[in-house]
Design a protein around this ligand. Structure first.
Ligand code: AMP
Length: 619
């Protein structure tokens, strides 16, 4: 295996090996690299299949996994085993999904908890991390095939509004795909880099990045100062994009042809054909004034003028978001130095004109809007690889800093390669009723299990008021200053109890030890992630067992004998399967118990409401 050298003061990796930039998108993903001769970023087009890889994963009957265009074809024929838009689920709990859970055509496990969502396809359970890893694997393989070299390292982009757990999930997906993720970069930052903004560290700029894709819209306002991009504000709509334009065209054709919407609803093939035709019309209208075609006997004609009238409300909504983002950043349009267009839907002339008009200057649209984020990620990868001698790298932390959570897992708080000074935090809670102390163990390293990492400190947060499990809110904050000193503080928010320690993470570590720790994390990446998943499944199962057992103790009078017997059987099944270490078996048993017992909670709640009402006397 190749040796990785790392410069501790800059975090730069000193090795001539290709590092790719990846845009892991909701609908489409791309991988790019810096061409060794032209030194320009190029999106990889392997085997002439195009640069765009649809972010769709299909599981075939015989256990194969297909990704991309080929998988997309199964969206209509086998929706239960064809997963799309997985980015919307990354780092989310079922509760986070709320009203949007019906949007998905596949089964999302409803364990109605703070736990992360899981997807069921056939008899297997997948986390959004595993599914994203399948997409990343495909991109990696295409890059390796096209460039004829192994690809082990990448920079991956995420939306500016992604929170810590969504970013961590993206890192884990990379790891699972066999990639060392050098940095997670904001998509608008990558788009700016692609236009050459941010390369010169003396440049000071305020930038608006307008990103209108197929299904999502976001606007980010960034400020560039001393080589650092800062996100001033973001706004958007995660369910607005080019698909809505296609739907507007279809509705227009339905009206013009006096079709009955109900008959259309029954004819899936016709629906699909109309959808494709509408997208074709929309794209054509970006070049021409009029479009005419037919689907069976249905006239599919539309002028650009009519199209613009139909999409005016969609465009207006995006401008409202821009106004909001500008307000949040406390800026006026004239204070924006550059506007950058990202996403296929910015090819619509009306979108380009309206955005340019709002900001009072022509937007940048010379690069391919589908590729711009991946191209910028490739530039960031090149900077990190130390290939660009003209660019100064800022001080970064060479190893991840985090704390131990349930099952001995490492929960990273400040990921490696973060610029310092930096501050990050996360909220935790108790796992047992009446728990009054919480042990905070601070670790450094890249491995998923803390026992493989380096322990930096440990302290007890004492005096948490006795509350049911899950009630206390403990904020753990990591503050790493410019001298590399880490302050860790833990605060229980309800009571205000507080405790802190200070450590110097780099103390006593030589460069070669850091190097060894990085190498180990790369060699063990896959087994580490699998071990993490089993531990997570087991933790979910243990919590479920605890809750259901307590529920039975307290509320068995409201259940029938048959129900109690069934619950006990399912509890036993779960307890029996727990030591197996088989993640799918464990999650299946959790799912069965959940499905069987979830109506009980509602029933008991109704009874207690009734009792409470009955207890209230009317004077
Ligand atoms: P993205 O999610 O960024 O890949 O954007 C895909 C969206 O861009 C889809 O809704 C496409 O229909 C749309 N799109 C692609 N090319 C064009 C075009 N020439 N004119 C209008 N919309 C386009």
């Amino acid at each position: 295996m190749a040796k990785v050298a790392i410069n501790l003061s800059t975090g730069a990796l000193q090795q001539e090996e290709v590092i790719v930039g990846i845009d892991l998108g909701t609908t489409n993903s791309l991988v790019a690299y810096i061409h060794p001769e032209t030194k320009k970023p190029v999106a990889i087009n392997d085997l002439g299949r195009g640069t765009i890889v649809p972010s769709v994963v299909h599981f075939t009957q015989n256990g194969e996994t297909i990704v991309g265009n080929e998988a997309k074809e199964y969206l209509t024929t086998d929706p239960a085993n064809t997963i799309y838009s997985v980015k919307r689920l990354l780092g989310k709990s079922y509760k986070d999904l709320g009203e949007h859970k019906d949007y998905f055509g596949y089964k999302i496990i409803d364990d109605d908890s703070e736990g992360l969502v899981k997807i069921r396809a056939g008899d297997k359970f997948y986390s959004p991390i595993e599914l994203s890893a399948e997409i990343l694997k495909e991109l990696r393989e295409r890059a390796e095939h096209a460039l004829k070299t192994p690809v082990n390292r990448a920079v991956i982009t995420v939306p500016a509004y992604f929170n810590d757990s969504q970013r961590q999930a993206t890192r884990d997906a990379g790891k699972l795909a066999g990639l060392e993720v050098l940095r997670i970069v904001n998509e608008p930052t990558a788009a700016s880099l692609a236009y050459g903004i941010g390369i010169d560290p003396s440049e000071e700029k305020t930038i608006a990045v307008y990103d209108l894709g197929g299904g999502t819209f976001d606007i980010s306002i960034l400020s560039l100062h001393q080589g650092i991009f800062e996100v001033l504000s973001t706004h958007g709509d995660t369910y607005l994009g080019g698909d809505d334009m296609d739907r507007a065209i279809i509705n227009y054709w339905i009206q013009e042809n006096q079709l009955v919407a109900d008959t259309l609803n029954e004819d899936k093939n016709l629906q699909q054909e109309l959808r494709l035709k509408a997208e074709e019309a929309k794209k054509a209208l970006s070049q021409q004034q009029i479009y005419t075609s037919k689907v069976n006997d249905i006239e599919c004609g539309i002028t650009r003028h009519k199209f613009e009238e139909l999409i005016a409300p969609i465009v207006a909504k995006t401008i409202d978001s821009c106004r909001q983002a500008m307000g949040d950043a406390k800026l006026k349009p004239e204070q924006i130095d550059a506007v950058i267009m990202v996403g296929g839907s910015t090819r619509v002339p009306m979108v380009y004109e309206t955005v340019s008009e709002f900001f009072g200057k022509p937007a940048n649209n010379t690069l391919n809007p589908d590729e711009v984020v991946a191209l910028g990620a490739a530039i960031q990868a090149d900077i990190l690889s130390g290939n660009r001698k003209d660019i100064l790298l800022l001080d970064v932390t060479p190893l991840t800093l985090g704390i131990e959570t349930m099952g001995g897992l490492m929960d990273s708080i400040i990921p490696r390669n973060s610029k310092i000074p930096t501050k990050a935090g996360r909220q935790y809670t108790t796992s047992i009723d009446g728990q009054v102390n919480m042990k905070i163990s601070v670790y450094q390293g890249e491995r998923d299990l803390v026992k493989e990492n380096r322990k930096l400190a440990e302290f007890d947060l004492k005096g948490i008021p006795a509350m049911p499990a899950g009630f206390p809110k403990v904020d753990v904050n990591f503050i790493l200053n410019a001298d590399g000193i880490l302050k860790v503080e833990a605060i229980e928010l309800r009571s205000g109890v507080r405790q802190e320690v200070e450590v110097k993470p780099q103390y006593g570590l030589t460069d070669s030890q850091v190097e060894q720790m990085l190498m180990d994390s790369i060699t063990h990446a896959r087994e580490d992630v699998s071990a993490r998943m089993v531990i997570e499944a087991r933790t979910t199962a243990e919590q479920m067992l605890y809750q259901v057992e307590r529920f039975l103790e307290k509320n068995s009078q409201h259940l029938t004998e048959e129900e109690i017997k069934m619950t006990q059987e399912n509890l036993k099944k779960l307890r029996d399967v727990l030591p197996s270490g088989d993640k799918d078996q464990i999650l299946k048993a959790v799912d069965t118990l959940e499905e069987q017992t979830s109506p009980f909670a509602e029933r008991v709640m109704q009874i207690s409401i009734k009792q409470a009402m009955a207890g209230k006397k009317i004077e």
